[in-house]
Each structure stands twice: as C-alpha cells, then as structure tokens.
Write a protein that binds this ligand. Structure first.
Ligand SMILES: Cc1cc2nc3c(=O)[nH]c(=O)nc-3n(C[C@H](O)[C@H](O)[C@H](O)COP(=O)(O)O)c2cc1C
Length: 197
C-alpha cells in the first residue's frame, strides 16, 4: 500500500474535478449518499464537534419546497440535479459533545458562549466538513455543484423549522455532463497565495 494518494486519485478529486451545472439523467442511490457521509464524517473538527447536518433533497415534493429559496440562476440546475444536499450546521452542536468527545467535559467549554460565537464556530467547522463532503463525493464518483446563491432564512424555515440547525450551503450531486462545462478558471499560484516564513 502506498502512503500517498495516486496521481489518478488526485486527478479525480482535484485536478479533473469540476463544478457541474448540467446533469446526466442518471440516478444517485441513497446507499451512495450514506457512503459519502461515512467518508466525510471522518475529517477533523474542533473538539470533534461535527456540527454538519445534511438533508438530501431528492423527491419532487422536497425539490418544490426548496425552489422558492433559490436565486434565479440556480433554479434550473437544482431542479434537474438528481440530489441537492442542504449542508446545514447545528448551532447547539455542544449538546452532542458528551457523545463525541467523551474523555472531557467539552460541552462546558461551549454551552454558555454567546449565540454569535456558537454560530461562527459551527460555521467554521461545518464549512470544513462541507469541503470534506465534496471531496468524499468526488472520491466516490459523484460530481458536485456547490451553491450559496439562495435565501438561507427561507431554507431554514422550509427544512429546519423548530430545530437549532441552520443552512450553510447547498450542493447539487449527480453525474455531470462534462460537455457543458465552461473553461476552467485560473487559481492563484503558490507564490500568490502562500508564504513560508
Ligand atoms: C460555497 C460555494 C458557493 C457557490 N455558489 C454558487 C452559486 O450560487 N451559483 C453558481 O452557479 N455557482 C456557485 N459556486 C460555484 C463556483 O463558482 C465554482 O465552484 C468555482 O468557480 C470553481 O469552478 P470549478 O470547480 O469548475 O473550477 C459556488 C461554489 C462554492 C464552493
């Protein structure tokens, strides 16, 4: 066994992976969604708080519930995607810390913090979990179309009412039509984005 990911694996999750807007008519089984979650959940979070919560929107009824919250440019591709994951975050993540961080009273570190601090802590950790989710989906052969162009309050009302979960971003999932991709936009080089000090 090699101790680095093969170049083909790196291509699959980074170099050749693209953000897709047009979807092939190919279903995504629920068992595959569970496999994606089971990989993504292993990525690290602060105090192992795991604040990400996901609703996989798959049925026509649920897609129609999501539709009014979407920015105009995101409607068509989202309605046509086999699955849209609502990547949410539990602002009261500390309730699960006795289970998730059992060797210390980590709940006590967070439970009395102001809501805005809880929210940005959940956002930081839920967002990196969202990134693990994208990488996991790609590693298992799915294409992704992440989106922040939607009304969070409307999504929260439609899907998370009465809970302490808030939406973070959406991610369409399926098998993308590579023939409909735009040319890849450039990235910042190491020298532009990084310093070694
Ligand atoms: C958090 C996030 C939010 C995004 N929001 C939108 C969106 O609302 N609508 C959209 O068409 N693309 C959206 N994108 C797609 C980005 O523009 C795209 O991932 C980026 O240009 C890189 O494209 P590439 O993966 O094909 O290189 C979003 C991407 C991310 C990660």
């Amino acid at each position: 066994m090699r101790d680095i990911l093969s170049s083909e694996g790196q291509d699959l999750i980074f170099r050749q992976a693209r953000t897709h807007n047009v979807w092939l008519d190919k279903p995504v089984e629920d068992a595959l969604l569970a496999q994606v979650y089971d990989l993504a959940k292993m990525g690290p979070t602060s105090a192992n708080m795991c604040p990400m919560r996901i609703i996989f929107v798959k049925s026509r009824e649920a897609k129609e519930r999501l539709k009014p919250a979407l920015d105009k440019g995101n409607v068509d591709k989202t309605m046509k995607a086999p699955v849209t994951a609502i990547i949410g975050m539990d602002i009261h993540f500390y309730e699960r810390l006795p289970q998730l961080f059992p060797h210390a009273d980590a709940k006590a570190w967070f439970k009395d913090l102001p809501e805005n601090v809880l929210e940005y802590t959940a956002l930081r950790n839920g967002s990196i979990q969202g990134a693990y989710f994208i990488v996991a989906a790609r590693a298992l052969g799915l294409d992704c179309g992440p989106m922040s162009g939607f009304d969070n309050a409307k999504v929260d009302q439609a899907f998370f009412a009465g809970t302490t979960v808030k939406s973070n971003f959406l991610c369409n999932l399926g098998h993308g039509d590579a023939s409909k991709l735009y040319p890849r936009s450039p990235r910042l080089s190491f020298d532009e984005a990084c310093q070694v000090v």
